[in-house]
Design a protein around this ligand. Structure first.
Ligand code: SAM
Length: 219
């Protein structure tokens, strides 16, 4: 499929997500139109990038389904200038969308070296070098050098909320994280930090299915 056709199909996907009420804001819509998923999928699945399903990326991981990414970005309520950490870089697609919403440096952490390279290449090709920082490490421990964060967005499923992520949030800041006691089935939690001591308010947004978050405070 040529680039024109890929983009035409992508626009139709964005319009469908809007019709379904999943994309709600102009900001998320514009970010989706600016950063089509096919720029971040491996060549063999480019033609399916507009389909609303997760797709395989290297190392047995996945690039999330468009509706899932849209749901999390709408809940994140990102504003220009916010300091954001993403845990689970994968392809780099979500990090690029986050950048389009905050318009300032984004930090994203990935545990698998092969994916760190994959994401860096995708982001470089898409023009985000120097603005999105892909860190190799265990994101269950957060990324202290750039804390505190306005938002932390975790794109892998955790058995519980990792304590360091709460510690690295600003008061009033928000963590979005799939949490569940079964490996591939979780509930999407919106965790708002209420005070300096780490008290939180948790809103459950229902069932989701992510690959596992593997690390010291994960599986
Ligand atoms: N956000 C990604 C994108 O836009 O392509 C999709 C993320 S994929 C569903 C989940 C990612 O989380 C995988 O790449 C996986 O290797 C990564 N991951 C799992 N445990 C992690 C950890 N402790 N720290 C950082 N990344 C982790």
């Amino acid at each position: 499929m040529n680039e024109e056709e890929l983009y035409r199909r992508w626009v139709r996907r964005v319009e469908t997500l809007e019709r379904e009420g999943i994309i709600k804001s102009i900001e998320v819509r514009e970010a989706f139109l600016k950063v089509p998923r096919y720029k971040f999928t491996p060549p063999e699945s480019r033609d399916w990038a507009h389909v609303d399903e997760p797709l395989p990326i290297p190392a047995g991981q996945t690039i999330s389904a468009p509706h899932m990414v849209a749901i999390m970005l709408e809940l994140a309520e990102l504003k220009p200038g916010m300091n954001v950490l993403e845990v689970g870089t994968g392809s780099g697609w979500n990090a690029a969308l986050i950048y389009e919403l905050v318009r300032t440096d984004v930090y994203t952490i990935e545990r698998i070296p092969e994916l760190v390279e994959f994401a860096r290449k995708n982001l470089e090709r898409a023009g985000y070098s120097g603005r999105i920082h892909v860190i190799h490490g265990d994101g269950t421990k957060g990324f202290p050098p750039k804390a505190p964060y306005d938002r932390i967005i975790v794109t892998a499923g955790a058995p519980r909320i990792p304590r360091p992520l709460i510690e690295q949030l600003k008061v009033g800041g928000k963590l979005l994280i799939p949490v569940g006691s079964y490996h591939l089935w979780q509930e999407l939690l919106e965790v708002i930090k209420i005070d300096e001591r780490g008290k939180t308010k948790v809103i459950n947004h229902g069932g989701v299915a992510f690959v596992p978050l593997v690390g010291e405070h994960g599986w």
